[in-house]
Design a binder for this molecule. Structure first.
Ligand code: WT7
Length: 661
């Protein structure tokens, strides 16, 4: 019981790497020293892990901040690095993708197969008039064609803009229009929750409003009927009949590789622009370093969707540039049953698993008996990404998925950073549950106060990045001013502190603190910090305290306007499956939980109100939509719920809310 009561503030458990992993790790402790001695030389060495057609003249051009250029003058082809060079090295027969469809159908693609498909797609795209610099929107389910489509764009220098397959016609329309995409690559549909889920009708609706789109390429996945117009071309009639011969052209290191719109829950989405050489250097290096990926023996599985940056960097570019064998899964974790993930780990003997805290907490809610029913002994490393992982979820992951032995790497990064920035190194770091620990070699992260001053150990504030990094966003597509405004104007030279040619400081938008050892703890988006009677309290801390109670599976906390305290803490908690919540039992549990938070974090953090709810509103990428919970807590009518994964959730919550306090 005492273990379950640990929380972010007094979490002291620490887990050293397994000895064998430490001894054979791809990256050892000396990497930190190397990078500290000469940061640019360090990144130059990592760029050397790739195949370049032309060597760069300059590692970093930072003469026009905050617009960075990396590996200036260098040329390479991303698809060549992800495919051709492995095939040329005699590894064409190695499996690139073990694909698992949701209904249980499977496909195996070797590097030679994926290379062939990508070359055919590159020829087909060229045939359809796509040339270097054109934008291509990709709206596909999790099928191998998604990776081939992205790589085909990279191969011919077209800039892809992947739009998550769960997004609405409006979201797709806005993104196609913002980038003036010329081609859309989609499918008739994909499988979700046991049934076909159509995509083509959404594309039809969007394309009708997007005159920039000249052609639509359609993969047949579900076989369901689709409407057809003269812009439409079947993938199997266009790509699969195209020549498999294609020579990749080298592109400039700063050539635009992709635009990805951030999944903003409120404001107009931002088209984050990533370029070629620096992006591939850092995604490739971090895959090698953070996941300790051994291409000959590992089977890697990242459960993200290709529509998010995690899918771009850690399904497509990072793993393939390293020649990895990986699993790609089309569907949801509970279709047809709640053991689906573990069944896949067992079936493909997955060794490295990279997933999100929201999934881990869902698995906790379902109970440890489910993973216990499968052979997970192939696993050797576990990763987490997407939001702060509560210590209890971290421990559960290590215990029930990782046999109580495996390293867990909690990786902090963003769409904007392109690659992992803060994370343990699995063979080096003594990880603390709930902390992303330290900046990776070559990365300069810090926590600063309101004035932009570095806080001492034990202090909290805002997470910043003090030096440019290779895979950094280059701008917001079509809006340099918003780029400067959003990321560079809070602290440092961009905020007007540049009289002496001061340093430019990147504002990540996350709250963070340094513990007494200087390790970094992420506290969620700064918009999620509450001000209660003059005290800054992070929603993450209160959520972690709630989840540390044995009766709570998941929790979300918001600050609601309060006449006396400024903001008051309102919590929404999902009880664990077996917990009794009817009548008095529910009232008693709420009282216990309020006291439990007060005991763990101090009386100031005692929630004014706790609601027991069956579900929480989440975006399709798994982030809790606190905005909607704030609406409920402040008795407002609900804002836009269309980006919710399940829009009925809010009705359930609102009903419970009127029921009682
Ligand atoms: C935001 C970025 C990075 C790929 C997926 C999300 C939060 C991400 C962590 C972590 C604490 C995390 C941050 C960040 N976040 N990873 N390990 N610990 N917070 O990409 O949609 O651009 O979101 O996700 O708040 O700013 P994204």
């Amino acid at each position: 019981m005492s273990e379950a009561l640990a929380n972010l503030l007094n979490e002291t458990r620490q887990f050293p790497p397994p000895a064998e992993l430490a001894a054979n790790a791809n990256v050892k402790a000396d990497a930190y020293d190397e990078a500290a001695t000469d940061r640019l030389a360090f990144w130059e060495r990592q760029a050397g892990r790739l195949a370049w057609s032309k060597q760069w003249d300059q590692v970093l051009d930072w003469s026009n901040p905050p617009f960075a250029k990396w590996f200036v003058g260098g040329q390479l082809n991303v698809a060549y690095n992800c495919l051709d060079r492995h095939v040329e090295a005699g590894r064409g027969d190695k499996v690139a993708i073990h694909w698992e469809g949701e209904p249980g159908d499977t496909r195996t693609l070797t590097y030679a197969d994926l290379h062939k498909l990508t070359c055919q797609a590159a020829n087909a795209l060229t045939e359809l008039g796509v040339t270097a610099g054109d934008r291509v929107a990709i709206y596909l389910p999790m099928i191998p064609e998604a990776a081939a489509a992205m790589l085909a764009c990279a191969r011919i220098g077209a800039t892809h803009s992947v739009v998550f397959g769960g997004f609405s016609a409006d979201a797709l329309t806005n993104r196609i229009q913002d980038a003036s995409a010329k081609l859309v690559i989609t499918a008739d549909g994909g499988y979700r929750r046991g049934k076909p889920s159509a995509l083509k009708p959404t594309v039809d609706e969007a394309v009708a409003k997007c005159p920039s789109v000249e052609h639509v390429l359609v993969v047949r996945r579900t076989g369901e009927d689709v409407a057809w117009s003269e812009k439409d071309h079947w993938w199997h009639e266009t790509v699969e009949t195209a020549s498999p011969e294609h020579t990749a052209q080298p592109f400039d290191a700063e050539h635009p590789l992709f635009i990805l719109y951030t999944s903003g829950t409120t404001a107009r989405p931002k088209g984050i622009l990533h370029t070629t050489g620096g992006y591939l250097t850092q995604t490739s290096y971090t895959t090698h370093a953070v996941f300790d990926l051994k291409p000959d023996t590992d089977v890697y599985w990242c459960t993200a969707d290709i529509g998010w940056v995690t899918g771009h960097s850690y399904i497509v570019y990072g793993p393939l540039s390293n020649g990895a064998t990986q699993v790609m899964y089309e569907g949801t974790p509970d279709t047809p049953h709640k053991g689906r993930f573990w069944e896949i780990v067992d079936k493909y003997k997955v060794t490295i698993l990279y997933t999100a805290p929201t999934l881990i907490r869902t698995m906790m809610k379902w109970g440890e008996d489910i993973p216990a029913g499968y052979d997970l002994s192939s696993l050797r490393l576990l990763g987490s990404v997407g939001e702060p992982i509560n210590p209890e979820a971290w421990i559960w992951y290590r215990q029930h998925v990782g046999r109580g032995e495996l390293p867990v790497v909690d990786t902090w990064w963003q769409t904007e950073t392109g690659s992992i920035m803060i994370s343990p190194l699995p063979g080096v770091t003594e990880a603390k549950p709930g902390s992303a620990m330290t900046a990776l070699p070559g990365i300069a992260a810090d926590v600063v106060d309101d004035q932009g001053q570095s806080v001492p150990n034990g202090g909290g504030g805002y997470l910043v990045l003090r030096e440019p990094w290779p895979s950094m966003l280059r701008t917001i597509w079509g809006d340099d001013n918003r780029f400067i405004e959003t990321y560079w104007s809070r602290f440092g030279a961009g905020a007007g502190g540049g009289e002496s040619g001061g340093d430019w400081v990147y504002f990540a938008g996350d709250g963070a603190k340094k513990d007494d050892d200087g390790h970094i703890w992420l506290l969620g988006r700064v918009d999620d910090v509450m001000l209660v009677s003059g005290h800054n309290i992070s929603t993450t801390e209160v959520e972690s305290a709630l989840v540390s109670h044995p009766s709570v599976a998941e929790a979300a906390v918001v600050g609601a306007t309060d006449p006396t305290t400024g903001q008051a803490i309102v919590a929404f908690a999902i009880p664990r499956g077996s917990v009794e919540t009817g009548g008095d039992a529910g009232e008693q549990l709420i009282a216990d939980l309020r006291n439990h938070v007060a005991r763990t974090l101090g009386p100031i953090a005692k929630p004014r109100q706790i609601m027991l709810v069956p579900e929480l509103p989440k975006t399709r990428s798994g982030k809790i939509m606190r905005r909607l919970l704030r609406d409920v807590a402040e008795h407002r009518s609900l804002g836009d719920v269309t980006t919710l994964q399940d829009s009925s959730v809010m009705e359930l919550i609102a009903k419970g809310m009127s029921g009682g306090k």
